[in-house]
Design a binder for this molecule. Sequence first.
Ligand code: WT7
Length: 660
Amino acid sequence: MSETIDSLLHEDRRFPPSAEFTATSIAKPELYERARKDRLGFWADQARDLLHWHTPFTETLDWNNPPFARWFADGRLNVAYNCLDRHVLAGNGERVAIHWEGEPGDTRTITYAQLTEDVKKAANALETLGIRHGDRVAIYLPMIPEAVVAMLACARIGAVHSVVFGGFSAESLRSRISDASARLVITSDGGWRKGKVFPLKSAVDAAIELSSDGTESTIEHVLVVKRGGNDVEWVDGRDIWWHDVVDSASAEHEAQPFEAENPLFILYTSGTTGKPKGILHTSGGYLTQSAFTHKNVFDLHPETDVFWCTADVGWVTGHSYVVYGPLANGATQLMYEGTPDTPHPGRWWELIEKYGVTILYTAPTAIRSFMKTGREYPQKFDLGSLRVLGSVGEPINPEAWIWYREIIGGNTTPVVDTWWQTETGAIMVSALPGITSTKPGSAQVPLPGISVDVLDETGHKVGNGNGGLLVVTEPWPSMLRGIWGDPERFIETYWEKFDFEGSPNRRMYLAGDGARLDSDGELWVLGRVDDVMNVSGHRLSTMEIESALVSHPIVAEAAVVGATDDTTGQAVVAFVILRAKQAEAQTAEEAEAILKAQVSEQIGAIARPRRIYIVTELPKTRSGKIMRRLLRDVAEGREIGDTTTLADTQVMQVITDKLK
Ligand code: WT7
């Protein structure tokens, strides 16, 4: 690993912005200067310039009770008003907000005026269903415009949305509903994926019924959008069609202002335990940084650009760069329901040509899989409209970076690699096109107003040329405000490692990523340093998958590792010891199939292991800790590393012999 990192760090290709790009670029070098001189003043300017405040704030940051930050706390605003009404009032009602394309090829064109009306109606419908300020609403939808409408309708009335990715199982949905005590779920009959309708409503039914501890679900109503046309079960009184209550609702709805720190959403993400964390974001700071980054990192010219972020709204990227950033900025964007290869491997490129997409934001996994299918597919289409390319979710290897720029960007577009997390709410480290001379593979430097560093275990700066732990050293506007219902875990997970006693407001945020600073002081993010995997840019917890496996009666013990994968970055590989009786009842192949299905059912298909090895032993230290490093060696087909700290030094021999 360290050898490859060193060779990566010798990357000496540089891509400075062209003079033409710089001439019209939104971000100017003075931004860095302004933020360096007065960080809080800089953010206050952004908040005032980019947003409409019903009541202007007078205080920028309250950091008297770290790590609980309050930004713009005495200001009041309405997030949905900022994303909708004000654009209509400014005369931009006829601008397209969303060009939507369904997987089967059906389309919808939604202007700002139309979207505003749709959200007003939905807000009225939610209020009719008894949803009030502060209530939690779960959203479990495919990539259809109603997902955006539902999120903004919650924001408009001050309810807190919790979007659950449609690929998660009924059990995952159930635990998220119960953790947040959601009163309403908004779902659809189904959605289109890979040429077929996949059901969603049935998972919601199961989630409401399933209840491990016998308690009743907090859900009172299920609001169902008709999309797939598939049959659904119906519970009278509980289930309601979206079109029955939203279409007929009044289109008059005045947005009430809420405090800047009013909760906007909870988004669950995997941590190092079996239980996902409900990351809490609030309104004013979150919207400021989402809008600022969307505008400056992507060089957004809202009158002419067509922006496309390929992420699902079920992930934070979809929250900040499909919904809140682009709409706050009055952008025109493309939203696509389906998969990249349906009905043909060139679908994305066809869409870019069709809609004249100018800015594309996607994940390295997607880029690597397009590299595999071959350049002939993108080359069939005219991609000449593209002028900025973004990458997110995992480290982008220089080879993929160059391919992206050459084949998709026609060798002219800037590529911006953006580092951030569910917890950071918005982009933190990235190039600014028009300013930065980019280096393939490096996430470059913190954005203006953001302070990050790389520290060693004892909290000292590692300095250029060295690696360590990535930290954020100053609070930032879109930072998470906590973990829903668990302030202790919030402190322990992120703020305890670098809690400099005696100066509590010098606490630093631990990102959980390893990083290196190269000799120019530019950042290379190397991946997680904890038991969290990154598969196709999606965060998965080893512990969560292990508990899904051991909850099956045939399993005695399980260990999960993330093994390097050419396309997906990492892949889930499990090592399982079966209970003695079961070990005889089926072959290893049968057990592997049963357990893959178990993980899909418990968590969702995204967590399904690529391989499950049935073994008789697991490598453990004398204190009983599983040595994942050794299992990773097996999973990646490497020579087994140092085994001297194992309780039983023979165990790796037993495992590898068995797998031969
Ligand atoms: C983790 C956060 C950010 C939205 C999508 C994922 C990894 C993210 C990069 C990047 C290297 C990256 C990190 C981070 N990551 N962007 N540009 N280069 N690694 O959000 O699910 O919260 O995952 O994704 O490991 O900690 P998330």
